[in-house]
Design a protein around this ligand. Structure first.
Ligand code: SF4
Ligand code: SF3
Length: 548
């Protein structure tokens, strides 16, 4: 195996023996194989589209295949084997679609090679061996590390975008041209040789498409559940039976809320589900009682202590401890061997039964609350007041401190930074990195809360809209606003967001806790030169550099 797609990667260079995340070498190899065959599907599907032919089953599978390989989503060899087999079937379907459309157009079909014809074997052992042939390490032997790193920057960005497309899809929102984007880019990545300049241009273009993806998901979320409104969320338990919902999927939460209504079970959000409390159509359920725990990396301790059932709707699942393996469930594309999986019918009865069998919380803890629900709609509704306060000098600067959380000790930077941000500055935050500081009391500036929780990682779209509106109000551009972006990354969703911000021309961003292993020195130098992208240093030094 060779995997370097996340920030946790071994020695900062790549996991080669087993994943630090808990991924087995077999699963890792099969994931690389799945991506390779999926490229083959897109080689045909991209060409067929140019001739006017497309297939919805193929389109959605490509998205699911990419999403399944994101960090902390699927750890199950058997499910991976099933996905590879399905990919082979759909590659065949795509080939036929392409050849049929050529026939109709009176064209000779191209004889495609590489991923289009790659034989993945038929047994799990063969698939693992075949996967070894197509790891990023093998790619680096062929193309060199820099080119392979750029290839992977784009691929990992596509994986992140695919997760968001999947979230929108389960809410019934699709954009056919976005499927075309995936086929186009995977077809491009199946090439035999690359030029660095083209790869850089493609990476920024992937960022452009990802904005459209985040826009689609924003429409799906707000269309289905209303625009988030500022909402107080309880962060301490209440007496009673309990289910904890983690991940990013709003639809799963809604279905679970419906299925548990009147059953005497309280529902708690975990991790990236926290922003759900701000959506009118979700907060209306009185048994959605609060948020429990912190970000994903603390789950083994927190799930162990949680006296109810747990549902993982997307990343980030960690190896479940034996103590709670009988009461944790996965659904959608998440999978862990031996953990019960709720299928596409979304019948959560086993989760409900597991919750009822547990003791639940035996008493109310003293009430503590935090605020969520500051999406673009909520923030922009008070934009005139915000702008006035900036003009009066009462708000000096905005800090967007957001992104993924993770296990490394260097991440205390984000807590320290948030604490040290001067009192006349506002902090916008999003994604699970906020758990580093979202329970601290930041107070307000004449009624404007100093900490505004914009939402999940995909709500980076909301943050962009807020920044664009402020720029317009001040008749300037985003880079001239009193706004600094300090980002934390962990997995591939953060990669697509970074590409989107680069596409928008956002400069002076600070990235940590460490730089991605796949962004090799010449590429980072380019990003430094063009965008003044820089690594985080210390909170003191960075604040001094930003505020002067
Ligand atoms: Fe290693 Fe991250 Fe890949 Fe897991 S996802 S194998 S931790 S690089
Ligand atoms: Fe967090 Fe996994 Fe990235 Fe949605 S839940 S941001 S790490």
């Amino acid at each position: 195996m060779f995997c370097y797609q996340c920030e946790q990667t071994a020695k900062g260079t790549g996991c080669t023996v087993a994943g630090v995340c808990g991924k087995s070498p077999e699963v890792s190899d099969m994931q690389d194989l799945l991506i390779h065959i999926t490229k083959g599907i897109s080689m045909y599907a991209h060409r067929a589209r140019q001739l006017g032919a497309k297939d919805h089953e193929i389109d959605t599978f490509v998205v699911e295949a990419l999403f399944s390989t994101i960090t902390n989503v699927n750890f199950d060899e058997n499910r991976m084997e099933g996905l590879v087999k399905r990919a082979v079937e759909l590659r065949e379907k795509a080939r036929k679609m392409y050849e049929d459309s050529c026939k109709k157009a009176g064209k000779e079909p191209e004889k495609l090679k590489g991923p289009a014809t790659f034989d993945p074997g038929s047994t799990k052992e063969e698939m693992v061996a075949k996967g070894e042939e197509v790891t990023p390490a093998k790619g680096a032997e062929k193309h060199g590390e820099v080119i392979q790193g750029m290839h992977d920057l784009i691929l990992f960005g596509l994986k992140g975008s695919a997760a968001y497309v999947d979230h929108a899809h389960v809410l019934g929102h699709e954009d056919d041209e976005i499927y075309g984007f995936f086929h186009d880019f995977l077809n491009y990545l199946s090439s035999d040789s690359f030029k660095l300049d083209d790869l850089i241009a493609r990476a920024l273009d992937a960022g452009k498409w990802n904005i459209r993806v985040m826009e689609l998901l924003d429409r799906a979320n707000t269309g289905g559940y209303g625009d988030p409104v500022p909402t107080k969320v309880r962060i301490t338990p209440v007496k009673g039976k309990a289910i904890l919902v983690s991940g990013h999927d709003l639809r799963d939460l809604e279905l679970l809320l419906q299925q548990t209504e009147g059953k005497g079970i309280n529902i708690y959000t975990h991790g990236e589900m926290l922003p759900c409390h701000g959506y009118p159509e979700l907060k209306k359920y009185s048994h959605l009682v609060g948020n429990y725990g912190g970000a994903w990396q603390d789950q083994q301790k927190e799930f162990d202590e949680f006296p109810g059932a747990i549902l993982m709707t997307t990343n980030c699942i960690q190896r479940p401890k034996e103590s709670y393996k009988h009461r944790i469930f996965t659904t959608g594309l998440v999978a862990w061997p031996g953990v019960r999986h709720i299928g596409p019918d979304k019948d959560f009865t086993p989760v409900i039964e597991a919750a009822l069998a547990e003791e639940g919380f035996t008493e109310d803890a003293p009430e503590k609350t935090i605020m969520v629900g500051f999406g673009h709609n909520a923030v922009l509704s008070v934009a005139p007041q915000i702008i006035e306060k900036v003009k009066e000098g009462k708000i000096r600067h905005f800090f967007l401190i957001g992104g993924c959380d993770g296990a490394k000790s260097g991440r205390s930077y984000y807590t320290d930074l948030a604490k040290q941000v001067p009192k006349d500055c506002v902090i916008l935050t999003l994604a699970c990195g906020k758990y580093r500081f979202n329970k601290l009391d930041f107070g307000d500036i004449e009624g404007i809360p100093r900490l505004l929780d914009v939402g999940q990682c995909n709500d980076a779209y909301s943050a962009v809209k807020i920044a664009q509106a402020l720029a317009e109000a001040f008749e300037t551009d985003i880079n001239s606003l009193p706004l600094s972006l300090i980002l934390s990354w962990y997995e591939q969703k953060a990669v697509c967001i970074l590409l989107s911000l680069l596409y928008l021309g956002v400069k002076n961003m600070r990235l940590g806790p460490t730089l991605p292993a796949f962004v090799k020195p010449p590429v980072f130098e380019f990003l430094q030169k063009e965008f003044n992208l820089m690594p985080i240093t210390t909170p003191e030094e960075d604040l001094k550099a930003i505020l002067g």
